[in-house]
Design a protein around this ligand. Sequence first.
Ligand code: CA
Length: 233
Amino acid sequence: MRILVVEDEKEIAEGLQEVLCRAGYESDAVYDGNSGLDYIRTGIYDLVLLDIMLPGMNGLDVLKTVKGEGIKTPVIVLTARSMVDDKIAGFDHGADDYLTKPFDSRELLARIKARLRNGTDLTGDQNSHNLSAFDIKLDQSTYKLSRGEKSVKLSGKEYQLMEYLMLNKGIILSHDTIASKIWGIDDQSDYNCIAVYVSFLRKKLNFIGSEAAIVTKKDIGYSLEENDGKKHS
Ligand code: CA
């Protein structure tokens, strides 16, 4: 899961990123409204934490633009102002939730979890953290990938890549999108890096005997599909 922090006060942005990191989320931070809008439009974020008072475009205008473009990424608005009018304006522009600064990190994480749960194809009861696609399940708290009784533990990057593929099963994900999503927008990781992790995941899918396969789309990227019996390399 990758979260975008749009907050001009760098100390607060860093604090947020630290809280997110400790909770196991990847994050990027930008410090003005226009960059916020550009980053949100990449579509690689699962959630946005958006400050209202920002240099350049303010948070409410960013929100209005994003929602006007039909972008579904959940947005939690952060603001120092606790005025009721601002909260109403935020919700009017399509904010999914609202937090007034200063906030408690536990409250922040609880709100994030609630928003992510709403948009995610989670199976089972409220306490379940299993994501499923085809015959495989991914446990979001233990990082275990399983099929039936067989399971294997994934490393951090493997987990992120697998989760991303599962959430978008059957859809072709481009090299660029995968690189930005998993390694971050500023990271210049080359495509070989993705290929390496794909090969790790294929071995693990093979190990648990899954029918799900990460299929190479030549010159484009990858998609998670149900195995058609052919070998994918
Ligand atoms: Ca601010």
